[in-house]
Design a protein around this ligand. Sequence first.
Ligand SMILES: *[C@@H]1O[C@H](CO)[C@@H](O)[C@H](O)[C@H]1NC(C)=O
Ligand SMILES: *[C@@H]1O[C@H](CO)[C@@H](O)[C@H](O)[C@H]1NC(C)=O
Ligand SMILES: *[C@@H]1O[C@H](CO)[C@@H](O)[C@H](O)[C@H]1NC(C)=O
Ligand SMILES: *[C@@H]1O[C@H](CO)[C@@H](O)[C@H](O)[C@H]1NC(C)=O
Ligand SMILES: *[C@@H]1O[C@H](CO)[C@@H](O)[C@H](O)[C@H]1NC(C)=O
Length: 361
Amino acid sequence: MYFFQILSLAIQPLFVATSAALRQNVVFQFPPDPNNETQVIQFFFGSLVNETGAAIKGTNLVSGSFIIDGTYCTPGSSHDVNVLEILVHGISYDKSVWSSLGLGNETLNWQLYAASQGYATLAIDRLGHGTNPQHPDPLNVVQGWLQLDILHQLIETIRSIPRNGLCRTFDRIVYVSHSYAGWLGTGLAAAHPKDVDAIVLTGFSVAFSNSGFESTQVVSAANMNPKRFPSFPLGYITIAQESQREALFYAGGYSHIIAEQDYAVQDTWTIGETGNLGFFVPAVNYTGPLYITAGEEDIIFCTAPGATCEDLLNSTRELFPGVTEFGFKAISDTGHTLMLHDSAPEMFAEVHDFLGKVLSN
Ligand SMILES: *[C@@H]1O[C@H](CO)[C@@H](O)[C@H](O)[C@H]1NC(C)=O
Ligand SMILES: *[C@@H]1O[C@H](CO)[C@@H](O)[C@H](O)[C@H]1NC(C)=O
Ligand SMILES: *[C@@H]1O[C@H](CO)[C@@H](O)[C@H](O)[C@H]1NC(C)=O
Ligand SMILES: *[C@@H]1O[C@H](CO)[C@@H](O)[C@H](O)[C@H]1NC(C)=O
Ligand SMILES: *[C@@H]1O[C@H](CO)[C@@H](O)[C@H](O)[C@H]1NC(C)=O
């Protein structure tokens, strides 16, 4: 069962319900007491230490009906290139990261830029994030595997059902991610190599570093801000301090107004999402185009010792050995959340130049 509902605005909120028999999530070997914040936070930091997450002891089939909100933006019909970009945010963000966090800053709005180039965009809230009404079990339900399957079903619906909520299908679909959603994109390309026609990973590389998080205080969102996160299970976690969030996600040229807003509207993530990064496997059967970009001062993905950011992005191609059309760009004077830095227009242009070339074939 699928249904979409659209409101008639230029940039439209969209609601997608997917009802699904879903793939295996993992079962953790040493789960925390879900009602003990200390244990929940210890589990998060413990899982970060391991490259693929916390120890697991098995798998568990999860199913359910989930509501996924999105913001849909279309270009004028005169220059529509019939391509849909599905924009997928990272942890502690939601769909507003693609449109200046609600500040109305047109310079920092991926969706407006894409529309100006003829591309439609659908920025979704991943399960458990943003304005989605549901906050399922943060350890056993809201995991990457389930997120990946919801993405797959969403793409299938848009491709194959003309009467979907967008009221149209598209010639081509592009997966665009920020940060954590790069793992999801890699997993999607591995499990469903024909789902999308191109992949753009931003704020991501093979060289994940947890060191930035080590100096960051992480807390249960409901305890920190019960008004914004009323009765969220304690496994929905977030960053306690504004200065630490700014240091983690921003560097180089950016406006402090943006960084303040970033803390004011920050979202959460679940200990199940970061507890298992096991879908981080090479997407051997994906043969479409790939573009990877990150800020040169991104302390999470682009500052490994002994390598330049360019080198790290270039070697991230290892995850996609079947790709022949490959582009990458390290953006100078820029931190992790690159679409909210002063360099954003340059990055938007680089990405769309690449897409224009590879999709015009
Ligand atoms: C929460 O877990 C910590 C660490 O295991 C433990 O020391 C503490 O007693 C627990 N608190 C409660 C209220 O059970
Ligand atoms: C890290 O992984 C190893 C090997 O799977 C496991 O023994 C260990 O318990 C894991 N650490 C945590 C904190 O889950
Ligand atoms: C890649 O595709 C081949 C041929 O369809 C299939 O046999 C193989 O299992 C796939 N590999 C992976 C890792 O999915
Ligand atoms: C990227 O890596 C390839 C090897 O995989 C190398 O041949 C190429 O020169 C590198 N490009 C740049 C710009 O460093
Ligand atoms: C929008 O963001 C850019 C980049 O940070 C900044 O230079 C500009 O002043 C902002 N515009 C407004 C209207 O705040």
